[in-house]
Every structure is written in C-alpha cells, then in structure tokens.
Design a protein around this ligand. Structure first.
Ligand code: ADP
Length: 543
C-alpha cells in the first residue's frame, strides 16, 4: 500500500522558491574582481537567475545541456547555480587550477555548450579554445567597463547578456531525478571522472548538511564558503544557506588571502566559515601577524584533508572559534561525516583524540570497512579496512561511464582506509594509494603528519612510504619549516617518541622549501613520491 502524501519533487527550484518567498531581503555580499564589496539581496539574485535562464533559452539551450563555469565564489556564480539547474540545464563547475589539458579533456567530455568565465581566466581559455570544439560561446562574468580584450570567438559580456532579459522565468516542473550539476574528480589516477548530481540528491544533502550536529545553520547567521564553488558545489553551502535564509559572504578570487578573509568576517559578522586546512593556515598566520581577532566567528568547518591539531588549537585558544572536522568526497556531494562538539566534561586528551577523528556518519550515509577479501571488519576503532559507503547522495555511476561504480553488493568504495569506533566515529588512516605498509602492518601517514604539525617549527608536513630492504616500506617525513625556523631533523623525529608506536616513527626527516599541492590545495603525495623516487635511506647511501 502506498502512502497518501503529495508527490512534491525534491528540486533546487523548491529551495529557490522557498528563499524567494521567505527571505527576499537576506543579503549576499561578494568580493569580485571588479568590486571589493558587492552587496544585494536574495530577491535580486533570483531575479537575475531568471534573466540568465531567459538568456540561455534565447541562445537555444535545451534541457540537459551542460553549461560550464570557471569562476570564483561570488554572486554571479551563485546566479549561475540556480539559473542553469532550475531551468533544467546542468551547472558544470570546472576547477581552473587543473592542468590546462585536464580542463580541455573535461570540457570535451562534458560537451559543454557555453563557458561562463571570470575575466582572469580569459588567457587560459584563449590558449585552449582550438581544443574546445563543443563550446559555442564564452561569457565573461563582468560588466562592459571591465571586459578584457580577447581573441576568444563568440565572446559575450555577462551583464550585457542579462540586461535586456525579463526578471521572471517560467521555471519548469522538473522530475527530482533530473541532473542539476556536474563536477569532475581531480583524477590523480587516470582521467578525471564526472559526478552528475541530481536535484533530489542535492536537496537531501542540503537537509543532511543543515542537521543540528552538522552545520546547524540558522537564518540569523552569516556564512563564508572559502571552499570553492568549483569544487563539489562549495560543500552545498549555496543550497543550504538559502534554505534557511542566512547571509552569504563570498570571497571571490581572494580565498587564500588572510587579510580579505579576516576583513569579510569582521565587517559582515560571519559566524561560520568552511574550507580546506591550507586556507586556515593563511588566515591564522595573518591574524597572528596583525594581532587581530574575529569576534563574530563561532565555528569553522575543516575538511578535504585531515585537519592538524595545531589549527584546532590556535582557533580555539586564540580566537574562541570551534573547529569541526568533516570528511567527504566529490562522489558523496560531498558530506560523509561531521565531528560535532565534544562533551564539555570529556578530559583533554580524550577530547583531542576524538576531535582528530572525522566524526560519525551524517544521517543519509551508511559506512562500513572491509578487508582485502571484502569481509566487513568490526567497528572497534582498531581494525583498519577499505571504507565503503552508500546513500541517496552518493554516486552510482560516473558520467558517460558504461558500468556502475559500485561493488557487486551495492557499495561505493571510497579509496580511503579507515577505522570506525564503537560510537561510529570514522578515523581516516590514509588514501588506499598512500598507505604505508611496514613489515606487513599499516602505518597511518595522517597520524604521523599530525604529530609533526604539532611542532612550532613545522609549517607543513607529509609522510610517504619509501621502499626498504627489510621492512618492504618505511615512512619518510618531509617538512616545510615555519617562517624563520630552522628545525633539526633529528629533534623533529625525537618529538614522535611517546606520541606514536615506536615502529611507526619515520626513519628519516627531510627539510624542503615547499610541498607539491593538488588543484584543490591538498598535498600531492603522488608528486612527492615522484620527487623522492631516487631517495635512499641514510644506511643505504654509499659511504
Ligand atoms: P580530490 O582530492 O581527488 O579532488 P575529493 O576532493 O573528492 O577529491 O577528495 C576526497 C578525499 O579527500 C577523500 O577520499 C579523503 O581521502 C580526503 N579527505 C577529505 N576529507 C578528509 C578529512 N577530513 N580527513 C582526511 N582525509 C580527507
């Protein structure tokens, strides 16, 4: 017997309508290349999304067409999110920091018909244009006064495109399984793969993100997504914030600029901000150097890679800001787990151990760990295994792939190795391909990196496995010194004593000027391993 409730479809159009009806005056503030404080309301934003939808229709857009964006976080990108998805098109966000050949591959694979680009990416697109055969036109996200000179064919100014269009649009009634957005994984192995998000998945994920033990957003808050809108829909903040009517604050191209972030947080009364660890390092450094504070900021969400304790400690002790550790991936929209506030009465070392974990699964995500034979492992916080997940906002198949991305029994293998403890807390140990196996036992590079990052003289740390005659592999620590520091590698290694099992302590420590990073700001272990391909352990070096 079926239930007898309304078959309303879960679509982003419903999110937009809800925000329009209930919070038309909520603000969106952006730093853009042509204006350091652009300010308008949700009502303005959705009127312009309607103008964009009209313009795209006039250009001949058909349902399901992919519209590519290469843009920072600002109000025009926000208009694109809704103007495309809610009119039945697919908003394909592209990471401009990828290698140019990868961008050309992605645009070609997605068959994007138009690209909406920030002015600073015009030279990049000029170089790629001959390879972008699916693209019919390039729209520069600026006004007439700031249009760059360019050789790009069919170049259009965004403000001119919108200008003459009506501010109302007859939004179609979409089936909730209609594709809304497309994002490619960065493809550290092989070509990037497209994850095609449906409206339904985005709406359910929005509910998941808003839960009290997750982002817990309130309408009275101001939210700063430092996580880019070109990477997994900025962790769905552009959907979740309008759902509750909070204020949105966009940092534009200034994501890594401590000064801009701190100004925006102070001036706009930001209460919650979200981003990868590297952006917080930049902000904390700026605050330290200028002796500044962030009175309105209440919490930050850190994910994308493991959050070092030093970030949590400095935020909390110097600024009274709580750091929530979250884990997810492009294929998961991205929310998997979220670490809520620890109970006040938990002793310090237990609280620290708990907060360094990635947290329990958000409702909507099921997790399990399995051994090499696919056998589920106990959730005792000790057993390691390949982490597998399932749920309504998790990818079933990559875009244009012939085969399912799931295991035979319907789970998605995350490519991470993890533990799950009896309370359900996930502890990510490594990515499968970064795992270090010494004498048949796993060593967690993430835990070793946390240990090194706790030292004042260390700005960044990475641990990779290097082949070893006796143990098959042993960990090598590579550190970047903090400004002005000259760490002694032997003392750094000595600091591991008592903090990790003796046999986990890296066999050597190398000081480097910098570490290679991926397009999403994570340390690229793959490039680091290549850099150290000829490394020899001290005892193996010729005398
Ligand atoms: P890519 O890094 O390839 O662009 P994603 O952004 O989807 O892809 O990254 C997902 C991966 O990032 C996860 O599978 C995991 O390895 C890592 N990751 C994300 N959040 C965390 C975290 N809090 N702690 C440790 N690793 C994390």
């Amino acid at each position: 017997m079926n239930g007898l409730m309304m078959p309303s479809q879960l679509t982003l159009t419903a999110v937009m309508r809800h925000a329009q009806a209930n919070f038309p005056g909520s603000e969106i503030v952006s730093f853009t290349a042509d204006n350091p404080t652009h300010r308008y309301t949700y009502a303005d934003a959705f009127a312009r999304s309607a103008q964009l939808a009209n313009a795209l229709q006039a250009l001949g857009a058909r349902p399901g067409d992919r519209v590519g964006t290469l843009a920072w976080n600002d109000y025009r990108h926000f208009e694109l999110y809704y103007g495309t998805s809610c009119s039945g098109l697919v908003c394909h966000t592209i990471n401009p920091r990828l290698f140019p050949e990868q961008i050309a591959y992605i645009v070609g694979h997605a068959e994007d018909r138009w690209l909406f680009i920030d002015p600073m990416f015009v030279p990049l697109l000029e170089a790629l244009a001959p390879k972008l055969s699916s693209v019919e036109g390039f729209v520069v996200l600026t006004d007439r006064a700031h249009m760059p000179d360019s050789t790009l064919p069919n170049l259009v100014c965004y403000e001119e495109l919108l200008e003459s269009q009506p501010t109302g649009f007859d939004w179609p009634s979409l089936d909730e399984n209609t594709a809304a957005a497309l994002c490619y994984t960065s493809g550290t192995t092989g070509n990037p793969k497209g994850v095609l998000y449906s409206h339904r998945a985005m709406v359910l994920h929005t509910y998941g993100v808003l839960m009290p033990d997750v982002f817990a957003l309130k309408g009275s808050e101001a939210v700063l997504p430092v996580v880019p809108m070109f990477h997994v829909n900025a962790w769905s903040i552009p959907y979740a914030v309008p759902a509750v009517g909070a204020k949105l604050v966009f940092p534009g191209p200034k994501m890594a600029c401590g000064e801009t972030l701190s100004r925006l947080i102070r001036e706009e009364g930001v209460t919650i901000a979200a981003g990868v660890p590297t952006v917080w390092l930049a902000l904390l450094k700026y605050l330290r150097e200028t002796d500044s504070t962030l009175p309105s900021l209440n919490r930050v969400v850190v994910g994308g890679s493991a959050c070092p304790w030093s970030i949590m400690e400095e935020f909390e002790q110097q600024h009274g800001v709580y750091t929530h550790h979250a884990w997810g991936m492009t294929e998961m929209s991205p929310l998997g787990t979220y670490n809520p506030r620890v109970p006040e009465d938990l002793p310090g070392d237990q609280a620290k151990a708990l907060r360094l974990k990635q947290g329990p699964a958000a409702f909507g995500v099921e997790m399990r760990i399995v051994d090499e034979q696919g056998q589920p492992q106990p959730h005792d916080g000790i057993a390691f295994g390949a982490l597998q997940v399932r749920g309504p906002w998790i990818c079933e198949r990559y875009y244009r792939a012939a085969e399912s991305a799931l295991t035979d029994d319907g789970w998605f293998d995350t490519g991470d190795v993890a533990t799950i403890d009896p309370r359900g807390y996930l502890g990510i140990t490594d990515r499968t391909k970064d795992v270090i196996k010494s004498g048949g036992e796993w060593i967690s590079s993430i835990e070793l990196e946390n240990c090194a990052m706790a030292l004042d003289e260390v700005a960044e740390a990475a641990v990779i496995g290097i082949s070893h005659e006796k143990w098959a592999e042993r960990p090598l620590l590579v550190i970047v010194p903090a400004p002005g520091a000259e760490p002694d590698p032997q003392k750094v290694l000595a600091a591991f004593e008592g903090n990790v099992a003796k046999w986990w302590i890296p066999d050597d420590c190398v000081v480097a000027e910098e570490l290679p990073h991926t397009a999403t700001g994570k340390i690229s272990k793959k490039d680091l391993r290549e850099q150290f391909a000829n490394y020899r352990w001290p005892e193996e070096q010729p005398a």
